[in-house]
Design a protein around this ligand. Structure first.
Ligand SMILES: Cc1cc2nc3c(=O)[nH]c(=O)nc-3n(C[C@H](O)[C@H](O)[C@H](O)COP(=O)(O)OP(=O)(O)OC[C@H]3O[C@@H](n4cnc5c(N)ncnc54)[C@H](O)[C@@H]3O)c2cc1C
Length: 439
């Protein structure tokens, strides 16, 4: 099918001013589109501003790996574990977990790893022009990142995922405990080994990055509206208008980039996406006695420590809950306790805490591409723990598709209709019911 009419001058509305929405907006502007971004909050005030800041190009292994069916139940029974389920959510989550577990076969894992690698190897290249144009290059720190282990044979025990990375070209260096501490003196004696990834950069203020992109977008003539989308007016050819807290906008092309809230929006345009929204938490520590030199991720405890501008950010926990459920700050305390064990001299006082949701698909791949039903609808969500990393490459792919250019990679693994037969979505094409989103 030709989409030549998508070219220059056409209008595009994007729902969501997170990192994915803003990168998409900037790339669409580069293609000459007239872009409006709508968000009920300020740019980056979803998950994009509160994450660990990692441009995680080494995160090739998916979440669902062989053996997951044995490990997860054990973790769920441990109150200190990094994976938590609010039990009331379990019935709704079971179909998602069933798909998740199905993706743990070795052959599926390899296919998913390939598809993740194809996006990850383009991350720095896709960000470069946006960072340069917005004057935001100084927000990206090129320190590399360490994964710390509390067993000397930690890297060997993780041979499967290490090899998965190595075979796809990720550079890494295995270190013993002393070498890890020389690299990151804030780490204490519990750490017995590590792996250093020199090409994993990080963003020292993710909120500022999204805000800077939003400012640049507006300076280039883009419209950023602080409005919550509450409904979509559908006709046979697709959405004709969106309804918001401020009124109605006629739409030409529509991009859904609403992160964890994309599921109800997608449903309005006839697409059922299996998406869970595990919460994560962060704590900002100020006046620490030592400042970590580079981001550290603990393999055993699944928490991350990032030396952000002005504070040390501690992130972690995957708590499966409804996207609009209230925060449970005990989770943030658990993550902080883990960091105090790993970095005993860190000190510092808590300046703020934050909770946000990750948009997680059961196959650890984002949903990127044109709707199977309507040629004027595009999906750009489901990036799980890699939305900051994959924001720019997603924006570049969506912009190319709208511009009618051949994609730079095979888009099949990210297709919106990979989960269900397309007709199933159309049966459920609906106006909004409850929008679990508070702008
Ligand atoms: C604790 C934690 C740590 C993480 N660490 C990393 C990391 O180190 N590296 C990494 O790459 N990723 C990380 N992530 C994941 C990353 O933060 C997300 O994948 C990413 O932010 C998703 O971006 P987004 O633009 O899709 O969604 P969001 O940033 O959530 O943006 C969606 C936007 O849509 C808006 N919206 C929703 N519904 C509506 C509506 N109806 N009308 C109008 N607006 C609407 C929201 O207000 C929001 O601003 C982490 C996540 C968490 C929770």
């Amino acid at each position: 099918m030709s989409h030549a009419t998508d070219r220059v001058g056409d209008s595009v509305h994007i729902i969501g001013a997170g990192i994915v929405g803003m990168c998409t907006a900037l790339y669409l502007q580069r293609e000459g589109f007239e872009v409006t971004v709508l968000d009920g909050r300020g740019p980056g005030e979803g998950a994009s501003g509160g994450n660990a800041g990692s441009l995680g190009i080494a995160s090739i292994p998916p979440a669902s790996l062989p053996g997951v069916i044995r490990r997860v139940p054990r973790m769920l029974l441990d109150p200190q574990a990094p994976l938590i389920i609010r039990w009331r959510e379990l019935p709704r989550l079971l179909p998602w977990f069933a798909r998740f577990v199905r993706n743990a076969t070795p052959s599926r894992v390899e296919r998913i790893a390939d598809a993740r690698a194809r996006l990850l190897e383009r991350v720095h290249d896709a960000y470069a022009p946006l960072l340069e144009d917005a004057g935001a290059g100084d927000l990206v720190r090129r320190t590399g990142k360490v994964i710390a282990f509390e067993h000397a044979d930690g890297p060997a025990r993780n041979r499967y995922t290490m090899e998965m990375r190595r075979r796809r070209g990720v550079r890494m260096e295995v270190l013993d405990g002393d070498a890890v501490r020389r690299m990151e003196p804030a780490l204490g004696p519990l750490v017995r080994a590590g792996v250093y990834f020199p090409d994993v950069h990080y963003v020292a203020d993710p909120l500022r990055l999204v805000q800077t992109f939003a400012e640049r977008f507006q300076r280039l003539g883009g419209r950023l509206l602080k409005e919550t989308v509450t409904g979509v007016e559908m006709e046979a050819a697709g959405p004709q208008a969106i309804l918001t807290t401020a009124g109605r906008h006629t739409v030409g092309r529509l991009v859904l980039a609403a992160g964890p809230w994309s599921r109800p929006l997608a449903r309005m345009v006839g697409y059922r996406v299996p998406m869970a929204t595990p919460f994560g938490y962060h704590t900002m520590l100020v006046d620490t006695k030592v400042r970590p030199r580079l981001p550290v991720m603990s393999d055993d405890r699944n928490i991350a420590v990032t030396p952000m501008d002005g504070a040390v950010r501690i992130t972690g926990i995957a708590e499966f809950a409804a996207v609009d459920a209230p925060a449970d700050w005990r989770r943030a305390d658990i993550a902080l306790g883990h960091v105090r064990a790993l970095m005993p001299d860190l000190g510092g006082t808590v300046a703020s805490r934050w909770q946000g949701a990750r948009p997680s698909t059961p196959d650890s791949l984002p949903v990127i591409g044109r709707s199977p039903h309507f040629s004027n609808v595009f999906f750009a969500f489901g990036h799980d723990s890699l939305g900051l990393t994959m924001g720019a490459v997603t924006g570049r792919l969506i912009a190319a598709e709208l511009a009618g250019r051949a994609p730079e990679i095979d888009m099949a693994p990210y297709r919106p209709d990979r989960f269900d037969p397309a007709w199933l979505g159309l049966l459920t094409c609906t106006r909004p019911g409850n929008m679990p989103y508070r702008g």
